[in-house]
Design a protein around this ligand. Sequence first.
Ligand SMILES: [Fe+2]
Ligand SMILES: [Fe+2]
Length: 306
Amino acid sequence: MTEHTVVADRYTWLFPRPAAIRIGSESHRDLFCGLLLQTFDPYKPAVIAWPELDDVTIERLTGLPFWDTAVSIEARAAFRMQAQANQTADDLIREALSLNAFEEDRHRHVLGHMLRFYAIPVDAEVTFAEKTDAEWGFLRTGFGECINSFVAFGLFDLARRSGFFPQPLVDTFEPVIQEEARHIMFFVNWVAYRRANLPLWRKPLFVAKCLAAVAEQFLARMTTGLQMRRLKARRSAPEKAGTALGAGKANFLGDSRAMMAQRPSKADFMRLCLAEQDRRMAGYDRRLLRPTMMPRIARLLLKILR
Ligand SMILES: [Fe+2]
Ligand SMILES: [Fe+2]
């Protein structure tokens, strides 16, 4: 990986060229690749100073049921982004995609170091590989990140405010969350650039691929949602929960409920996610496209709830 300009403030980045930029143009490519490459934060997971936590917080962390999944998601994202980079002819886009893959893999390492530091048990080292169309994999991961990040922005702020995660831990993970904001901005601009540069006859297939990727990602989350519901239902039958879930996961459900004791309504949570996504992207050049899929869905739901 080449060295990149390191900016002091990773929340602000302005493209030095003036004037309007046409989507799909060379300037547009330089704009969205510049965002990723020039806001690179060179932190190293191995030297993160993990804060000392009290026993209750460590138990709370240990009880979170998603560490294996989180590590796998990062490994998969890194693989798919690098696969897309490997088949990209344009040097600048390939470099930006490789950096994105590097950052996903770094997220995996951040999680790995944290889990080891706090002695949180997870399954053995995760690796990921698949042999499918690289663009299909990249689209699924990209749209998946658009969904996950929108919700994560709100949840992260909620966890910070409620004290569910102590401030030093929030500070440690802040760069990771902001990186996801950069990633999804890069992704939606990449999609628009790619679409604009395809010959007319190939555009419908690309749009269909995007729609299929979005549908697949929502379906996957609905399945996970149903599994979580079942998990909660089983926990409400303690004699079953003790054997089937294990104490850690049962604790998580109790703890998350404690955090959610001060939880906002569904509408307020969606407003929080909207505000947090806007805030995290506000400092980046206004000519970059912003992810609109989740904000549109949230605004529609807000109207329905009203
Ligand atoms: Fe990531
Ligand atoms: Fe990401």
